[in-house]
Design a protein around this ligand. Structure first.
Ligand SMILES: Cc1cc2nc3c(=O)[nH]c(=O)nc-3n(C[C@H](O)[C@H](O)[C@H](O)COP(=O)(O)OP(=O)(O)OC[C@H]3O[C@@H](n4cnc5c(N)ncnc54)[C@H](O)[C@@H]3O)c2cc1C
Length: 601
């Protein structure tokens, strides 16, 4: 059963996963416990070189495969995963997606790690609002002059900057002929071959962090640094020798969001990495709960296994079910990325849907990781607090996943905007002006026409999948329609305030939409499973995913008359029944993740 389950989980990239697992199983990962920051950074760099030599980053045109490779690193030291993500995903990805033929030479050196680099977007003053970055790149006679005009414009938190990076893709406002054309990306050397900062570049170490201390995050300042004209990654905008700006996309804002959209792979990778870390934490906690005993049953000789307590099952099993659900949603997302980015003819609408889904799944998967890892830590009691049992590092390292590659709250707003505008151009623009326009133009009125009037059929069977799907779809439609109505009603006043006053509703709309997509993905995966017993087990896991989700949100279902109080109580009872039924399968369910044993305590 475990093997067939692994096959279902491994899905489309099963062969690659098997190969990577074998490679991981062949070596023991070096210890990170007790390492000082400098030693940890040195160790991670050494491991990164080993990965480069083993061809880890050479996934060529296999877009999905590159995300899967990253995801598998999530079973090990997350500093290594993040450092690899910075080098090959963010830095390499930006050169690949935003550059042209003239930048191809860089890619070889990036893959081989001969050119370690950074992705320098965030500034102290602007993190979520990257459209308003303040670093400038001013065209001057065949060169650009990159400058940090004030303290708020220094690049901050930049991975690979404090110690190892020699080049940075710097995001800056492009200025030519006295006009600003929005944010563009530039290749800026930050260190020479000896590791000394380049003239005009100041580098500072961000110092120790809550986690991920094997990654050297730093700050960068540029004092009128002169770079050649060709350093502009010019796929979406260029400057001629005589200083004329040209671009296939006229609107500055649309161009910027198109550029950002091509970088979606990083966000999807973080969601995948969060999934791997969650699976690892649950494997540790379930194994502990299957061996650890506390308190004696009256009249019995033996003490009771932790996993035989309902409270313990409730701590771990609904989280395990959600981990399965998110895993299948992630698999679909990776496949979608692969199709969109491998297509010969770009499909803009599919690209925008991909961006929205990536934002939503990243938000839910990383929040799920932090809450599940905390639950796993508590489930292991004092042992969970010991570094040797890995959970403290998992907790510390995954914490920031909710923030980097897009703050989760901001990302869920992006999902809702996609829904409200039916993925129209520029839906990713979250500036007050753009959101105010959305309300003022009543773009969302179309939502009301699009949504079907659904009558929610009752089902006596709490495990009726058709009813589950209806319940999730109805919640999504009702929340979205309610939001559209609320915004329309408030449109007479200040449109920015109207959107801001509805932010709770906006976030809920994003979340329940993703919940529905996650359920769809789970159902699709079950349908593709040929083995009957495995399918039956997955159906139970899916039931637990759905009913624990409904249980957590029963205030909404009750308030909106979707569940009667009696039925809401039955949902709670059914979650208990499912926990009991799945309890004997807990080990099978975590073993199916097939995490190499060296990566477990
Ligand atoms: C360890 C680490 C590594 C990083 N690596 C890199 C890197 O390599 N390269 C890089 O460019 N960046 C990097 N970053 C930066 C990271 O991407 C940003 O921290 C992130 O985008 C959030 O920006 P911020 O920190 O300015 O937070 P803010 O944008 O200031 O957000 C702070 C809070 O305000 C809330 N908020 C913001 N806007 C809104 C809104 N419109 N509505 C409601 N709430 C809102 C957010 O939800 C959040 O809770 C890294 C950060 C860290 C911590």
């Amino acid at each position: 059963m475990t093997d067939t389950l692994t096959t279902v989980l491994d899905g489309r990239w099963a062969e690659l996963k098997t190969r990577l697992r074998e490679r991981m199983a062949a070596t023991k990962p070096p210890d990170t416990i007790g390492l000082d920051m400098e030693s940890h950074r040195a160790q991670v760099l050494q491991q990164l070189h080993e990965l480069a030599e083993a061809g880890h980053s050479k996934v060529s045109d296999d877009v999905g495969g590159s995300v899967i490779s990253f995801q598998m690193l999530g079973y090990g030291d997350l500093s290594l995963m993040v450092k690899a993500g910075v080098q090959w995903g963010l830095f390499g990805g930006a050169v690949q997606m935003l550059g042209t033929e003239r930048h191809e030479g860089y890619l070889r050196d990036i893959v081989s790690l001969d050119l370690p680099g950074c992705f320098a977007m965030t500034e102290t003053g602007h993190g979520s609002d990257v459209q308003h970055l303040r670093t400038t790149a001013t065209y001057d006679d065949g060169h650009f002059i990159v400058d940090t005009p004030d303290l708020g414009a220094r690049k901050d938190y930049i991975g690979n900057a404090a110690r190892d990076g020699r080049m940075a893709v710097v995001f800056a406002q492009l200025i030519t002929g006295g006009r600003e054309y929005g944010v563009h990306a530039f290749m800026v050397p930050i260190r020479d071959e000896q590791g000394r900062p380049m003239p005009g570049v100041r580098i500072e170490d961000c110092g120790p962090k809550a986690g991920l201390n094997g990654v050297d995050n730093g700050r960068l300042w540029f004092d009128h640094v002169r770079i050649p004209q060709e350093a502009l990654l010019n796929r979406y905008g260029d400057v001629t020798q005589d200083g004329q700006y040209t671009s296939p996309i006229e609107s500055d804002s649309r161009r910027f969001f198109t550029m950002l959209g091509t970088l979606v792979r990083g966000r999807i990778s973080v969601a995948g990495g969060a999934g791997s870390a969650t699976q690892r934490a649950l494997t540790i906690a379930v194994r502990h709960a299957e061996t650890r005993r506390q308190f004696r049953r009256p009249g019995g000789d033996e003490e009771v296994l932790l996993l035989d307590y309902l409270a313990h099952q409730r701590k771990l099993l609904p989280a395990l079910a959600t981990t399965y659900a998110l895993h299948f949603a992630q698999e679909e997302l990776v496949a979608m990325l692969h199709e969109v980015q491998s297509a010969r003819v770009p499909d803009e609408r599919a690209q925008r849907q991909l961006e929205s889904r990536a934002a939503g799944i990243k938000a839910l998967a990383t929040w799920h990781a932090t809450s599940t890892i905390q639950a796993a830590r508590e489930a292991c009691g004092g042992a969970g607090y010991l570094a040797e049992n890995l959970l403290p590092a998992l907790k510390a390292d995954t914490d920031v996943f909710t923030t980097f590659e897009g703050d989760n709250t901001v990302l869920l707003q992006l999902v809702a905007k996609g829904l409200l505008t039916d993925y129209r151009d520029n839906f990713a623009d979250l500036s007050p002006l753009a959101t105010a326009r959305l309300v003022a133009e009543q773009v969302m009125a179309a939502v009301l026409e699009r949504l079907p009037a659904r009558t929610l059929a009752e089902s006596s069977d709490l495990r009726d999948r058709a009813w589950h799907r209806q319940l999730f779809a109805d919640r999504e439609e009702h929340v979205l329609a309610g939001l559209a109505r609320r915004l329309r009603a408030a449109a007479g006043g200040d449109p920015f305030d109207a959107f801001n006053d509805a932010q709770d509703h906006v976030l809920r709309a994003g979340r329940v939409h993703i919940d529905r997509l996650v359920l769809d993905a789970f159902v699709n995966a079950i349908e593709q499973c040929a083995d009957e017993a495995t399918q039956a087990l997955l159906n139970q896991v899916c039931d637990l995913y759905v009913l624990s989700n409904v249980e957590a949100d029963r205030a909404w279902f009750l308030e909106h008359g979707r569940l009667s109080p009696a039925r809401a109580k039955k949902v709670v009872a059914e979650v208990n029944v499912l926990c009991k039924q799945l309890r004997p399968h807990a080990t099978t369910l975590v073993d199916a993740f097939a995490i190499p044993e060296q990566y477990l305590p």
